[in-house]
Design a protein around this ligand. Structure first.
Ligand code: NAD
Length: 472
């Protein structure tokens, strides 16, 4: 492997020492604050006001006013202009947002720079285009918005999940109260500043940082719809909380995707896809290919090449442009990954990790590959949400499908084969919302994304994703 000299990112965003809650177009303070920490160094980046129930009620009232007086009555063409403006501002400040995301989340700059921020901007451009064409989206000739939408998002793609939520909601004529995750509020707060810069009418977007209690307050408030992305456990609690109310709900939850490599697959490409599938974003990906199902006849070859490739991954400083795997987002998440990895060892699976140095400060986990994994093991069933791959083998295509479908989740899957007929055969049988063929972790604003079974319901992106924000 070549040795690379460090290539640190030089741009530094203007991070304030303290941020307020963003309600009705302004930052305001709250009764208590919390800290946001850089997971790569454990240094405090800034403090931020924590939204309580009263703040949520104020934000919902502001969003209701904005919906009734400005945003609801506004023509789709005018709304589209605001969305285009937001998209362009995001592009103009792309590098600043990318660095901020890496600092607050721990993910490598090459991912925030080349994936998170451009994909978030694309989501606003795409939905800006829909704002005046909703009558042609296949949801009726005169589709109406729902009103005020409460949105709660996780920490793994903070800005991108915000874009997936806010862009379609605004395009359809709704106003928004959004709660970012407690460990990653920075880019949502910078987005609030960007809304001010775009002259978005006050109250159309409200950002309420806080923890689970703030999320529960948003869910329980007088919103017309709840859109949630996060764990299945919290998704279940939200479904219970809104049952019997008139609130519409969409849930984007966890996953335990199978990445299936058949014996006729192009092995080198498949190895790249396996690596991307599980080590992208430290494995903090709902649709991560966390279970590799490889056909027995090629398993030794695939594993040998996989280990060779994983040994070249660079783990370390998220702001170094060479870094492949950054920091784990929080001490809690590191604990969860460590506990599940220990469970895998305890249940008798074989563990392999490359020899790589980890920084002394911060939260880190080596890329990990488990072999000899059985279906019943926790590492084959539970979402680890970290850089840990569980490898299982199969002999026949039917066995691959049976094993792939044998989890409570149904978010995504991957199929590697040179035969188009086998791709179609497998895609028909896989119980997953998204199936990638000879690739993995590909996203596009025009393509709907979402789950089956315990991975949730509703779609985000594409023509289909608009339905979640329209009264249809
Ligand atoms: P989490 O469920 O713990 O938290 C998600 C959000 O919900 C956070 O903002 C949190 O503060 C809030 N929250 C916590 N308790 C709440 C409650 N009782 N009521 C309302 N809100 C509450 O999940 P996480 O650890 O932040 O994120 C990881 C999970 O998200 C993984 O399971 C992952 O698969 C899932 N995820 C899914 C998708 C998808 O599109 N399907 C995308 C990204 C992440």
């Amino acid at each position: 492997m070549f040795e690379y000299a460090p290539a640190p990112e030089s741009v530094r965003p203007q991070i304030k020492e303290h941020y307020g809650i963003f309600i009705d177009g302004e930052f305001v303070d709250a009764e208590s604050d919390f800290k946001s920490v850089n997971p790569a160094t454990e240094e405090v980046l800034f403090t931020v006001a924590e939204a309580g129930e009263a703040d949520v009620a104020k934000a919902v009232a502001a969003a209701r006013r904005a919906y009734e007086t400005v945003w609801g009555p506004m023509s789709g063409t005018e709304r589209g202009k605001y969305l285009f403006r937001i998209a362009r501002l995001l592009q103009e400040r792309a590098r600043e947002f990318a660095v901020a995301e890496s600092l607050d989340n721990g993910k490598p700059i090459k991912e925030t720079r080349d994936f998170d921020v451009p994909t978030a901007a694309q989501h606003f451009f795409y939905h800006a285009g829909w704002a005046d064409k909703l009558a042609y989206a296949g949801h009726g000739g005169d589709p109406k918005p729902l009103g005020v939408v409460g949105q709660v998002i996780p920490w793994n793609f903070p800005l991108l999940m915000l874009a997936w939520k806010i862009a379609p909601a605004l395009a359809c004529g709704n106003t928004v109260v959004l709660k970012p995750a407690e460990t990653t509020p920075l880019t949502a707060l910078m987005f609030a500043e960007l809304c001010q810069e775009a002259d978005l009418p006050p109250g159309v977007v409200n950002i309420l940082p806080g923890a689970g209690a703030a999320g529960a307050a948003v869910v329980g408030s007088a919103v017309d719809k709840v859109a949630f992305t996060g764990s299945t456990a919290v998704g279940r609690a939200i479904a219970k909380a809104v049952a019997g109310s008139k609130k519409k709900v969409t849930l984007e939850l966890g996953g335990k995707a199978a990445n299936i490599v058949f014996d006729d697959a192009p092995i080198d490409q498949a190895v790249e896809g396996i690596v991307n599938g599980i080590f992208f974003n430290q494995g903090h990906v709902c649709c991560a290919g966390s279970r590799l199902l490889v056909q027995e006849s090629v398993a030794d070859d695939v594993l040998e090449r996989l280990k060779e490739r994983v040994a070249t991954l660079r783990v370390g400083d998220p702001l170094d442009k060479n870094t492949d795997i950054g920091a784990i987002n929080s001490a809690e998440q590191l604990e969860r990954i460590t506990a599940l990895t220990e469970a895998g060892r305890g249940e008798g699976a074989d563990v392999w990790q490359p020899a790589c140095d980890l920084p002394e400060q911060g939260f880190w986990f080596r890329p990990t590959v488990f072999t000899g994994v059985q279906q019943s093991m926790r590492i084959a069933q539970e979402e680890i949400f970290g850089p840990v791959l569980s490898v299982l083998t199969f002999r026949t295509p039917d066995e691959a499908i049976a094993k792939a479908n044998n989890t409570p989740y149904g978010l995504s899957a991957g199929v590697w084969t040179e035969k188009g007929s086998k791709i179609l055969w497998a895609a028909e049988r896989l119980r997953a919302g998204v199936v990638w063929a000879n690739t993995f972790n590909k996203f596009d604003a025009a393509s709907p994304f979402g789950g089956l079974k315990e991975s949730g319901y509703g779609r985000e992106g594409g023509r289909q994703g608009l339905e979640a924000y329209l009264d249809v």
